[in-house]
Write a new protein. Sequence first.
Length: 578
Amino acid sequence: MLSASGGGRGRVGASLWVSLLLAILGFLVIYPILMLLLGALTDTNPVVDGIQLSHLSVTNFLTVLANPNVAEALFNTLIACGGGTLIAVVVGLLFSWIVVRTNTPFKGFIAAASILPLFAPPLVAGVAWAILGSPKTGLINTMFKWVGLDWRVDFYSMWGLVFVFGIYYAPYVYMFTSSALRNMDPSLEEAAEISGASAFATLFTVTFPLIMPAIVSGMLLSFIVMLGIYGIPAVLGAPTNLAVLTTYIFKLTNWSPPLYNTAAAVAIILMVVTGLLVFLQHKVLSGRSYTTVAGKAFRPRSLDLGRWRWFTFGLGIVYLLVVVVLPLLALIVAAFRKFMFIRDISSLFDARQYSLVHFHSIFDNPLTMRSIYNSVEVGIITAVVGGALAFAIGYTIHRTQVMGRRWIDVISTLPVAIPGLVVGVAYLWAWIGIPGGLYGTIWILALAFIARFMPDTVKSLSTSFLQIHRELEEAAWVCGKGVLGTIRTIVLPLARPGVMASMTLLFVLAIRELGSSLFLYTSNTMVMSVLLLDYYEGGNLGKTAAFSLVQTVLLGVLIGGANYLSRGAAQGSVARTG
């Protein structure tokens, strides 16, 4: 069925299989992108006029490019993402070096702290830092006043946006660089030190240059992810009208009348910028050789820092406090406190000022339980359907030689260059003008999430497929098993831990996704991330913080349960293969 050889029936089956996958990918990826482009080239309203092919022109692009507000939003985007990326590189590279190359105590703890921000929804992180760094009621300013320091912080600013971006997306750089440092032959550093170079000089002349592909990859990935984030700029930029491309696109659809065509044009520009960065990432990494792993076995060495090892351990504690403990404490204070006005430090610890009033208020709102139910439902659909599709795509790409698999690989990778907000705009154009279509249902959210996170899921599964030796499948074929029987009895059981991990990843990403949801939800399909934004824009920080805690606890429980199931699947797989 999936082999180009083996007779006419096999070739026909392979052709049908490839055609089916290409049709599904065309439906999920190509069709919405084409409709987005059509929307940018027309002047019709998809809600009122439907989709029309008349009046095609580049007028919307010319208008957008000549608009100073778009230029300002683009400039702000580049500054915020560029500054955030610099912080992310410094923080991620520092902690990867501490964990892999030094004798810092409790390195496992520091490694865990370094990736914790990945599990925090961007909108929740933005809300937490708004509570901490508000110029008038911020908890940090309250503490400064208490200790007698004449200092003020204001996170409703560009530097606040840069700071939050940087500390929350440093884990991307950490993951790339820590892996590269583990795989680098330490004899290269030893040779530099024998030649008289100091440990500091060796770090910057040998170690970091040799892992430059990992640094560049983590840097560009961080920048690309920041480009598509809506939640943090919406919280920290809105009070001072600090617009970036994502918030500007959403504003265009909220004006009266909505400027859908202009929004589509700006979305295309954002997608092109992201695509160019993805292309640049591949170009840079393929341009030079950085091979440091040879056939000789080696073990990454640990640099003895002496007394300084406790300083590097302290840096890990400070990072954990900044990205996890302080934001969590801020959410707890705001969620349980009746009013956010804090006169002095004694008022902060006055038990009479705290109650469950905000939790009662949000659960009295029928949209709260509906949003939780919808989020879990769309998460399950995304995980199951998206996981099955990713398995089919991954198996076809990595375990078969059928013609057309390269096209499947290319199309399934395309969404990596499409920010979540752009996916939402594209699906809006694809379905809002079609009577009786998917718009207004849970399924349009699930399909958008599946398309949005398809590259992550397929990549997550790739390692599982590459670890299974082809001899196992060939043995099954010799014993008379067909392709489907081999997948069911050999490939799927061995790849089950990877499949569970990828489905867990899809579920978590779907629960916390905001950008794609903004244009696709209705009152009946409200999800948690959108309702949280509504609470914040309603001006009640107490309700916002309370619902942020609900979403965080729910995510924690779901991730914990999924990890438990993944461990069980891994143990079961080991038992069967043993």
